[in-house]
Design a protein around this ligand. Structure first.
Ligand SMILES: Cc1cc2nc3c(=O)[nH]c(=O)nc-3n(C[C@H](O)[C@H](O)[C@H](O)COP(=O)(O)O)c2cc1C
Length: 211
């Protein structure tokens, strides 16, 4: 084989390897991206189901999501997503995003589940930077505190009692950490006020957007 032929063969082989390699990487990326998306959805639904009990609704919560506009009552500076739960076509609850801007270390991000009658179905913290061992007891895997919202509404307790005990309300604070629970209590109550003001709009079926 002369030199020219050898170079051409090597170049062609390299091209072939590069093409096959790129195709494999591309295919792997596509299937991985799809799997990541499926996993994200599964984890999100699991989380939503800890807030809105799955036996209370029969729709596809991830499909029946709506975009809600930025709103100071929810502490949202930009549009976000809410999930509408329905049973036999009738709205039974919503999971709202909310932000408590005044945590000890900045914003605390929440999901607030509210039944159609205005009672709290459940609350979970989705993101925060509160101090481990102090403010992080707002998390469900650190303490039971977050469950104290279950069943509460704007009338139970009344407005003056929607506070931590230190401020004359009904919700516990933590030893040496009042700022984090105070911020969360305020944000949850504000989410209830938002719900009261936007209930009809949230539950309008023609506002639901397909995924
Ligand atoms: C390093 C450090 C980290 C703290 N982190 C938190 C926190 O994450 N959440 C909180 O509520 N308080 C936190 N605190 C305590 C607050 O500064 C404040 O003293 C407390 O929330 C007030 O609660 P108390 O009135 O029960 O003492 C922290 C304090 C220090 C010194």
């Amino acid at each position: 084989m002369n030199l020219h032929k050898q170079v051409t063969t090597t170049a062609l082989l390299l091209m072939l390897f590069a093409t096959v390699g790129a195709a494999i990487v591309g295919l792997t990326y596509d299937s991985t991206a799809e799997q990541i998306e499926i996993n994200h959805k599964r984890i999100l639904l699991q989380r939503l189901n800890t807030i809105m009990p799955p036996e209370r609704y029969d729709n596809d919560l991830l499909r029946d999501k709506i975009t809600i506009a930025a709103d100071p009552l929810l502490g949202l500076k930009q549009d976000d997503t809410a999930y509408i739960a329905t049973l036999k076509g009738k709205p039974v609850g919503v999971v709202l995003p909310a932000v408590a801007p005044n945590g000890y270390n900045g914003s605390i991000y929440l999901l607030v589940g509210i039944y159609a009658d205005g009672r709290i179905a459940g609350v979970r913290i989705t993101e925060h930077r509160e101090t481990p061992g102090l403010g992080d007891a707002i998390e469900s895997n650190r303490s039971d505190w977050i469950y104290s919202f279950n069943g509460k509404s704007l009338t139970n307790p009344g407005k003056k009692k929607w506070k931590v005990k230190r401020d004359g309300g009904v919700f516990d604070q933590f030893t040496g950490a009042t700022i984090s629970p105070r911020a969360v209590v305020k944000a949850v109550r504000s989410a209830l006020v938002y719900f009261e003001q936007h209930r009809d709009d949230l539950f309008k079926t023609d506002r639901q957007e397909p995924a």
